[in-house]
Structures are given as C-alpha cells and as structure tokens.
Design a protein around this ligand. Structure first.
Ligand code: FAD
Ligand code: SF4
Length: 523
C-alpha cells in the first residue's frame, strides 16, 4: 500500500484542516503526543493542529524499522484522536524536514501564526527557531512541559562532582514520592544494595503481552517495508502499543505483574529473557503516550497498597524522577559541544556484530538479539555489555552513540547522548559518571547465565580460548591508567594490574592486541 493511499484514508476520517482557513496553528512534534501537558488555551481554543511526517527526518539516520513504525503509527493514531476530540487537524506528509514544510505553509498563508513547543532534541529546536528569525512575531515558542524538573533551575550545577543522587533527593522532596515529611520512606534514600540479584532458576519473569497491529499500523508497516528496507533491525511481529489507551494498559500490567520484583532483579540478565521485570515503558514516556508523573503516581500507589516492596518502588521511581530528569538537564547544560566528547581518544569504527548480531561471544549475541529484533534491551545490557565492550575494544564513542540512537526505539538525542557519552563510555571525562563503567567477564558471569553456553571460557584469563572480557578489561585499565589513577574510587584497579607478574601482563597485552586488531569493524 502506498503512502498516498494511507493518507487518503486518514483524510476521509478526519476533516483535513486547511491552514488558509485559520489564523492560529499549533505544531505537534512526533514526541509531544499528549495534550494534557499543553497549555490550557490550546484545550480551550482548539486551534488547528499540524502534524508533519518528514521523510528527511526519517532518513537522517538508518533508524530501526520498528522505531519508525512506532513513531509514525502513534502519531497517526494521535492525530485521529485529536480530531475525535474536536480539533481541526492538518496531517502533512512531506519529503522535507519540519522547518521546510512549516516555512512553506507560513509563506503561503500570510495571516497564519504558528506556535511550537520547544523540541527536546537540539537540531529540531534549531530548525524551528530559524522560523522565528524569518517570520518573527508570527512564530511563538512555548516551553517544553513534558518533564517534571525545570532544567533552567539545575543546568548550572551540571559538572564534575554534581551527581544524580543529590538531584534525586531534591526531586523526592519536590514531588513527595516515598517521603514522610522531609524524610525518605524507610529511612534510606536509595535501596540499591538490595537490587543486585541474579535471576534464580525458579523465578520466571512474566510473559508480557503484545498489542495486535490494527489497519493503521499495518499500513505503516507496508510503508516502512517499501521505503526504508535498508534500515537497521527486523520489522516482523510488530506488537508495540501505539495509542495512549494501549500504553496505559501496559503501565497497569507492569505495576500489577512486574514492579514488585523490579528491584531485586533490576541488574539481572538471562538467555532469551529480555525484559525480565523491567517496565519497557521508555518508548511511551519519550513520545508522550505516558507522562512521568502518572507512571510514578501508579508506582507510589502500588507501594501504599502493599502491592510492591519498597526497594522496587524506590528503584523504579529513581529511574524516572532521578535518572531520566537528570539526563535531560545534562543535555541542556552540555550541548552542543558534548557531541564531540571523546575522553579516551578512541577512533575505531563500531564492530560489525552491532549490525549483524553475529558473534561467538554469547553475552554479546544475547544482548544484541532484542535490539535487532525489537529495538530494546534493558539498562544493564546497554551499559555493562554493549557499551563496555565498545570501550574495551577502543571504539569511537560517537559511533557507538549514533548506533544506540538509531537502533533503540526509545532513543532521542536528549536521552541517548548523555547515557552513552556521559554514563557508559566516560567520553565526557567524568562530568556525569564518577568513574568509567568497565567490567570483566566475572561481572557478566555473576549477573547472567550466558557464560555457561559460550564458546569462550570464563575461567581462562588469556589466550584464544579465554573470555575476551577478561583480558580486555585489564588491558583497558593499563592503557587508561591516568584516568583510573586520578579517580579515588578506581585507582586500586591500576595497583592490582601492576601487581600481576610480567608474564601475565604480557599475555593480557598480546591477547588484547590480537583481539582488537582482528575484530571486524563496520566500514
Ligand atoms: C548506553 C545507554 C543508552 C541508553 N539509551 C537510552 C535511550 O536512548 N532512551 C532511553 O529512554 N533510555 C536510555 N537509556 C537508559 C535506560 O537504559 C532505558 O531508559 C531503559 O533501559 C528502558 O527500559 P525500561 O523502560 O524497561 O526501563 P526500566 O528499567 O523499567 O526503568 C523505568 C524508566 O526509567 C527511565 N530511565 C531509567 N534509566 C534511565 C536513564 N539512564 N536515562 C533516562 N531514563 C532512564 C526510563 O524512562 C525507563 O522507562 C540508556 C542507557 C544506557 C546505559
Ligand atoms: S565467557 Fe566471556 S564472552 Fe562468553 S558469555 Fe561469558 S563474559 Fe561473555
């Protein structure tokens, strides 16, 4: 089915607002799909809403096919819902980028004034702001209200030494989640000590139900198959929620069946178990189908009613009011220079396996599988396996960042960049994280069941049969010793390396050189 046929179907369902009949339009971006947080005047006046499907934006990176399907289908569903609520809607599909499309509309409708909400991504923000330069008072920017914290209040604090934990305590006090007056529920701010368990054999994570694709989604699938077939990832079995109602169902399901065990197994990884007790809600939070407040309200309610334990609810709420908000403020404070951050000076291309999923390393294979299939994995595969391996093999962190951005359904620059260049690769030199997240095979073996079925031997430290993480880890510590020595929490690792025998050091270095040189890289 062609794109035109789909748009004809949309047109027949909604009265396509004609911009020339209106004096005021509001532009709604693909990640601002929730009118609850738009200003009251929008809800009262019901101005013309403009949605733009931009081919140029969709092609700006070879985004995962399912990510494109999700974004287009949820925007199309949302436009229809707005129409059903009485808004006139202009749904525009174009080859141009957002600014080009909106410029043409403003050029040909001289009486029209346009309002947009500050985009969370830098480039789109710059593009829309360029319209203000051209059309001046006819274009109004309003603040982004999809987040809980006011970025301007905290932006200046971002820098080495200002850690998420301080910000998180402020947010707990501000929101009142898990608080007794000014004190944290249970006496502690953070229960991570209780949240580092491996998944025992007798605990089976829930089977999470998918959402059946309706006609609108099926048409988008055809569209992506026809126009974006060379993009990353698989397209079959698309089963994401694409409406707010469906996303709310997933939220409730997670609260009922996942949240209580979220804490203990938050860091666990297991073969063919990709979501475990995680929520898999980030994609819905990041385009507005769900709002951070309602998600945390539900978690608080689950604690209040005894449905979920404290360490799980605290851990979950911290991810949202702590990490998610902190990451966004970091982005506001650090852009655009941080895009070039590369503390270790690595310049190698991404290993080919990040695209093909083909490798003898069981952990890498298992962690890449759900990314290639669904554009998802939980935090620990992203941090402790995929990013860790990239750093240990001296890969350019900017290439890794681009891969995460295109490969994950929940990735937008404001959230992926701080996580990759700040948290997981230490590319910013320690602004976001207090020390590099580097780990050897023992960590992966402790938190997963991967090593049992791997071609490499976790018990071997060097040589061809040995687990590559084992020697690559020590090689990294040695090569980057200056960074580790400067860091009070990590300098003991350098001392441990230095205490190894000369033979062992030599074996670590030569195994690592061989492995890094032989690694097939993306051209
Ligand atoms: C290298 C790397 C890249 C990442 N890229 C992204 C990304 O592109 N988009 C994204 O939303 N998250 C990203 N994260 C953060 C985190 O891994 C995901 O938010 C989380 O895994 C999503 O799965 P979930 O919904 O099951 O999360 P859960 O474990 O259920 O957590 C609940 C929610 O907390 C929020 N959250 C948790 N940690 C973070 C964090 N560090 N930053 C921002 N939000 C957080 C998410 O909204 C998530 O849905 C990245 C982390 C790393 C280490
Ligand atoms: S042995 Fe090493 S490479 Fe294999 S799964 Fe374990 S950590 Fe990964």
């Amino acid at each position: 089915m062609s794109n035109r046929a789909f748009l004809d179907q949309i047109d027949s369902k909604i009265s396509k607002g004609n911009p020339s009949e209106y004096s005021k339009v509001v532009f709604i971006l693909h990640d601002q799909l929730n009118l609850e947080v738009w200003p009251d005047w929008v809800k009262v006046e019901k101005p013309l809403l403009i949605f733009v499907e931009s081919k140029e934006k969709g092609e700006s990176l070879p985004y995962h096919k399912k990510k494109l399907i999700y974004l287009l289908s949820s925007m199309r569903h949302f436009a229809l819902e707005c129409h059903e609520e009485g808004y006139p809607v202009f749904y525009h599909s174009t080859k141009q980028h957002y600014d080009g499309a909106l410029k043409d509309i403003l050029d040909s409708n001289h009486e029209l004034s346009l309002t947009f909400m500050t985009p969370s991504e830098w480039d789109t923000r710059e593009r829309l702001r360029s319209l203000k330069d051209i059309f001046e008072q006819r274009v109004t920017e309003i603040p982004n209200t999809f987040f809980l914290a006011n970025a301007d209040e905290y932006k200046d604090k971002i820098g080495p030494g200002y850690r998420m934990e301080y910000f998180y305590r402020d947010m707990r006090k501000m929101t009142g989640y898990l608080m007794n007056a000014n004190n944290p529920e249970g006496g502690e701010w953070n229960y991570d000590e209780e949240n580092r368990k491996k998944l025992p054999k007798n605990i089976k994570p829930p089977e999470w139900a998918g959402t059946e694709a309706d006609d609108i989604t099926k048409e988008v699938i055809d569209l992506i198959e026809a126009g974006f077939s060379s993009h990353f990832g698989e397209l079959n079995d698309f089963d994401y929620a694409v409406t707010r109602r469906q996303a709310l169902y997933r939220l409730n399901d997670f609260i009922d069946r996942g949240l209580d065990q979220f804490g203990p197994y938050e860091d666990a990884m297991a073969t063919d178990e990709f979501v475990l007790f995680h929520s898999n809600l980030s994609m819905y939070l990041n385009n507005g189908l769900l709002l951070p407040k309602e998600v945390c309200d539900k978690a608080q309610e689950a604690y209040d009613t005894g449905k979920a334990r404290l360490n799980s609810v605290e851990g979950f709420i911290r991810q949202i009011i702590g990490w998610r908000e902190f990451i966004r403020i970091y982005y506001e404070a650090m852009m655009p220079d941080v895009r070039e951050a590369n503390h270790f000076g690595f310049e190698k291309n991404l290993p080919e396996m990040y695209w093909s999923g083909e490798t003898e390393m069981r952990c890498m294979k298992e962690c890449l599988k759900p990314v290639i299939k669904d554009g998802y994995s939980h935090h620990i595969p992203r941090l402790m396996v995929l990013s860790n391996f990239s750093n240990l093999t001296e890969t350019d962190p900017r290439k890794l960042n681009e891969w995460f951005w295109l490969a994950y359904t929940d990735a937008y620059e404001w959230v992926v960049l701080p996580n990759v260049l700040g948290m997981s690769t230490f590319a910013d030199g320690g602004v976001l994280a207090s020390k590099p997240y580097a780990a050897g095979g023992n960590y992966i073996n402790k938190m997963s069941n991967y090593c049992k079925s791997c071609s490499f031997k976790i018990s071997k430290k060097t040589g061809e049969e040995a687990c590559p993480f084992n020697y690559l880890y020590w090689n990294f510590i040695d090569e980057q010793r200056e960074t580790f020595m400067e860091n009070g929490r990590a300098n003991f690792m350098v001392n441990m390396f230095d205490k190894k025998s000369d033979d062992e050091k030599e074996a670590i270095k030569s195994s690592s050189r061989k492995f890094i040189e032989a690694l097939e890289r993306r051209k």
